[in-house]
Write a protein that binds this ligand. Structure first.
Ligand code: SF4
Length: 497
């Protein structure tokens, strides 16, 4: 049995199908399985939209087709009128339907009366492989609708742009890359067969049988990631840290899906993966011989330090670049040799650049002695970046770097617990080692939520009450991170050798 009535395709569905036919099928017929869009994803969409709107200014004076997705036929009719009107230099959000596919084109630029250039706007800072079929399907539909396309461009953000204040200099903020040859080549070799494959999958009565794999996160994180993992072994082989495709393929060929079923000496396992395997098989934590020595290599008072940052696509502050990482908050727990614990913190509030106040408050709290305990090298990287951006503070910032002690590195090298499930992130380590302390009670409970919340807090349209709520939630989250480090460090020091 096959379905006779398959839904219309769109660029989004076409791209979903290229990533995974199961994803496309579920998105088309089982939308109830889609998880709700979270705040981080929404922020990403909003940022992409803002970039798209701004990029129209690269081809100014065009006509915007305002009809939305639900009024596609009217949008297509408006587009046909605009195409016929030679006085319109560009059409934004031009709508076309051909061969059962609907698409909207970001910018259709008129080169002469009947010939156009097509531009797809992306928030990325370079052309990516997946952008080629993404543009190609638009060209296929536009040309099928009778439009002659001479050039195809990818308009993306130029990472080297430096914001000078005022209006963005669009000719510098955006980079227009000619992808005509790549798109034409894909159209000649692959688009027809890809469309046939996609339509064939959609015509089936049953969901395509696709194993989980690399495609679940590449090029995009699939919304069915959790759904497709329901019922898998608790220690699925995918959890092996740094597992390469070749290893996963050979485990698959051997019929092994559970780490517990991997035999000792399985070819291709790294030392870390072998350690994970042993720990899962025995159900016991691995404790390296040198763990205690490594943990004693610190100097009191210990300062457990964590930063929160955000990296807007469109730069906010003078002298910053697109996607530049801007630290806006830190939390520090200070542990003295006698066990006394203090907490210090900083969170910038206003619309101005948070970095000067961030640096001065941090320098003050960090003192001149004692180890600065972090979880990963992220804080070190940020301090080095700040030292480059604010050379007047470089010496004091780099002096902090000299005192840093990376707890993640130590755990990764000397400790493993089966409940880590292959991850050494604090969010995975904490529940395994300190089950009574988690993040579930917090409104903000990961770094990307914190970034989104900060951008919302400083947005001029955000009301005072809402700002206060976000401010409190950010403080609670960052404080929890450093508290978690204190507890994890303490627990590891008490682990018997
Ligand atoms: S999670 Fe992976 S296998 Fe499942 S639909 Fe998405 S891409 Fe396909």
């Amino acid at each position: 049995m096959t379905r006779t009535n398959i839904p219309q395709l769109s660029k989004t569905r076409f791209m979903a199908g290229l990533q995974c036919l199961k994803r496309l099928y579920l998105e088309s017929y089982h939308r109830e399985l889609l998880p709700p869009v979270d705040a981080s994803q929404q922020a990403l969409f909003d940022s992409g939209n803002a970039v798209g709107v701004l990029a129209r200014g690269v081809n100014p004076g065009g006509l915007l087709i305002t009809e939305d997705y639900f009024n596609h036929d009217r949008a297509a009719a408006r587009t046909r009128q605009a195409v016929a009107d030679g006085s319109i230099p560009s059409i934004y959000e031009a709508a076309f339907t051909y061969d059962g596919i609907r698409t909207r084109v970001d910018i259709l630029q008129r080169l002469n009366q009947d010939v156009f250039a097509l531009a797809e706007v992306k928030s990325s800072t370079s052309v990516k492989q997946e952008h080629i079929p993404d543009s190609a399907v638009q060209v296929y539909v536009a040309e099928g609708s009778g439009i002659e396309i001479r050039n195809i461009y990818l308009v993306h953000i130029d990472r080297n742009y430096v914001f000078q204040g005022g209006e963005y200099a669009l000719d510098k903020l955006f980079y227009r890359e000619d992808v005509t040859a790549q798109v034409r080549s894909y159209m000649e070799t692959s688009i027809i067969s890809d469309l046939a494959r996609i339509r064939d999958a959609l015509a089936q009565d049953d969901t395509p049988a696709v194993d989980i794999g690399r495609q679940c996160t590449k090029p995009y994180e699939c919304p069915f990631f959790s759904h497709c993992r329901e019922g898998l072994p608790d220690h699925h082989v995918e959890q092996l840290p740094g597992a390469r495709v070749a290893l996963l393929d050979s485990l698959k060929s051997a019929g092994i899906t559970d780490i517990a079923s991997i035999f000792s000496g399985f070819p291709g396992l790294t030392r870390l993966q072998e350690r994970v395997r042993e720990s899962v098989v025995s159900g016991e934590a691995y404790v390296g011989r040198d763990l205690a020595t490594e943990l004693s290599g610190v100097e009191y008072p210990l300062r457990y330090l964590d930063f929160e940052t955000f990296n807007p696509a469109l730069p906010y502050y003078l002298g910053t670049r697109p996607y530049q990482v801007i630290p806006f908050q830190w939390s520090m727990h200070i542990q003295h040799a006698d066990g006394r614990l203090e907490h210090r913190e900083f969170l910038h509030e206003g619309p101005d650049d948070p970095r000067p106040a961030f640096i001065s408050s941090l320098s003050d709290a960090a003192g001149n002695s004692g180890s600065i305990v972090t979880y990963s090298g992220y804080e070190e990287t940020r301090l080095k970046q700040l030292a480059g951006d604010f050379p007047e503070y470089a010496n004091s910032l780099l002096a902090l770097v000299d005192r840093m002690y990376d707890l993640l590195k130590v755990i990764r090298a000397h400790y493993y617990h089966p409940a880590f499930h292959g991850s050494f992130s604090l969010k995975a380590v904490l529940p395994a080692l300190v089950p009574e302390l988690g993040y579930e009670d917090l409104e903000i409970n990961d770094g990307s939520m914190a970034s989104v919340a900060y951008a919302q807090m400083i947005h001029p349209a955000t009301e005072e009450f809402e700002r206060g709520r976000i401010y409190a939630a950010l403080l609670a989250y960052c404080q929890r991170d450093t508290e978690a480090m204190v507890r994890v460090f303490g627990l590891l020091r008490s682990v018997p050798r």
